[in-house]
Design a protein around this ligand. Structure first.
Ligand code: NAD
Ligand code: WQD
Length: 338
């Protein structure tokens, strides 16, 4: 049984990935400083799967703590989720974002080298394609100009990992570029638990639906798209999590660096998301149209062929599943894990 270390494993994508890894027979060791999560998520992962995971409260930048974990467990591969991820906040706090998101990676690389672990999968983002590349995005396109410090931390981390693999041919790296993850585990026991006012569309919609916020503002309806609102490639977080299981299996036998888009390849507009949410759940989401949000692109979506061909991974869950499961999580947990 291969053991996978989830750095930042208590978060939204990490906890869903933990479920799928445990279900696939992997051993799961996670560490998190709970800066944007709660240990309760991993407790619930254990309830869902009926299997145990090991969870450490630790900062991934803490070299001593990481060394202890790597000495205690024989770790075959690392999945690096640990990072701050709020785009707007990163503009206000660039130094904190660069410090956290780059140092986590550097500490992991140092400890992995010292302790003999040579496989790392990184949570990157479609944002590294920047504004210059045409859609759909394919992995062979060059990284673009990012519109905010958060995006630059992803582009820089990709570069760091590529350089480290070039210098050390025994190191294998997979860069997973996520598109727009939404949804939750079908049990409604784990899901996305943003602190404060949500930045992202789906948690904002569910908080309006549950009565925590008055109305949704749709940022712009004058884009050059069919209904004037932005197009994105929304992907169910459980499909995304299964992509990590495929990547974990693949990295155990690969050398070098591979990049994979994890998206569906099918874009939806903001209005289509709101309409689908209302239809599937039979609940109204009061909304108004407002100004465009700075930095938003009119559209982006994945070419998802490479992951299908090489990882044998395909998304199976629909927009209706995403809307139903997001709402199921929110209504069962109106205050998240608190
Ligand atoms: P999340 O905030 O729920 O999970 C990140 C986890 O990392 C949190 O549990 C947080 O407490 C932890 N963390 C942060 N810094 C840490 C540190 N120094 N030490 C230990 N733990 C630390 O976010 P998520 O949505 O699950 O995202 C996971 C990863 O995927 C992030 O790197 C994010 O940037 C990336 N990503 C997310 C999205 C998205 O839309 N959710 C899209 C593309 C990429
Ligand atoms: C989706 C659409 C908004 C909120 C971000 C990051 C990206 C990646 C995924 C990490 C856009 C519109 C939103 C609202 C709205 N994350 N919207 N009203 O901006 O596509 O991507 O998350 O890597 O890097 O930038 O996601 O969910 O914020 O927005 O109208 O209150 O919903 O304008 O068109 P985005 P999002």
């Amino acid at each position: 049984m291969a053991a996978v270390f989830l750095a930042g494993g208590a978060g939204y994508i990490g906890s869903h990935t933990a479920v799928e890894l445990l279900n696939a027979g992997f051993e799961v060791i996670a560490a998190d400083n709970f800066s944007n999560s709660s240990p309760e998520s991993i407790r619930r992962v254990e309830q869902i799967t009926g299997k145990s995971a090991v969870l450490y409260e630790a900062d991934i930048r803490d070299r001593k703590a990481m060394t202890e974990i790597f000495r205690k467990h024989k770790i075959d591969a690392v999945i690096h989720f640990a990072g701050m991820k709020a785009v707007g906040e990163s503009v206000q706090k660039p130094v904190e974002y660069y410090r956290n998101n780059l140092d986590t990676t550097l500490t992991l690389l140092e400890v992995m080298r010292e302790e003999g672990c040579s496989k790392i999968i990184f949570s990157s983002s479609a944002t590294v394609y920047g504004a210059e590349n045409p859609v759909p995005y394919t992995e062979t396109m060059p990284r673009g100009i990012c519109s905010n410090p958060y995006g630059w931390t992803k582009a820089m981390t990709e570069q760091i990992l590529e350089d480290a693999a070039k210098a050390d041919p025994s190191l294998s790296v997979i860069l997973l570029r996520y598109f727009n993850p939404i949804g939750a585990h079908s049990s409604g026991m784990i899901g996305e638990d943003p602190q404060g006012i949500p930045n992202n569309l789906m948690p904002y919609i569910t908080q309006v639906a549950v009565g925590k916020r008055e109305q949704l503002t749709i940022f712009g309806n004058d884009y050059p798209t069919p209904d004037g609102t932005c197009l994105r490639d929304y992907i169910h977080v459980v499909d995304l999590a299964k992509g990590h299981v495929c990547a974990a299996n693949y990295i155990l036998g690969m050398q070098g660096v591979e990049i994979f888009n994890l998206g569906t390849g099918r874009p939806y507009s903001v209005t289509e998301i709101v309409d689908a949410f209302e239809r599937v759940n039979g609940i109204k989401v009061p909304h108004v149209y407002g100004d465009r949000r700075a930095g938003d692109l009119a559209e982006f979506y994945a070419n998802a062929e490479k992951a299908r061909e090489i990882l044998h991974w395909e998304t199976t869950l629909t927009l209706e599943d995403m809307c139903r499961d997001s709402w199921n999580w929110q209504k069962q947990n109106p205050n998240g894990y608190r």
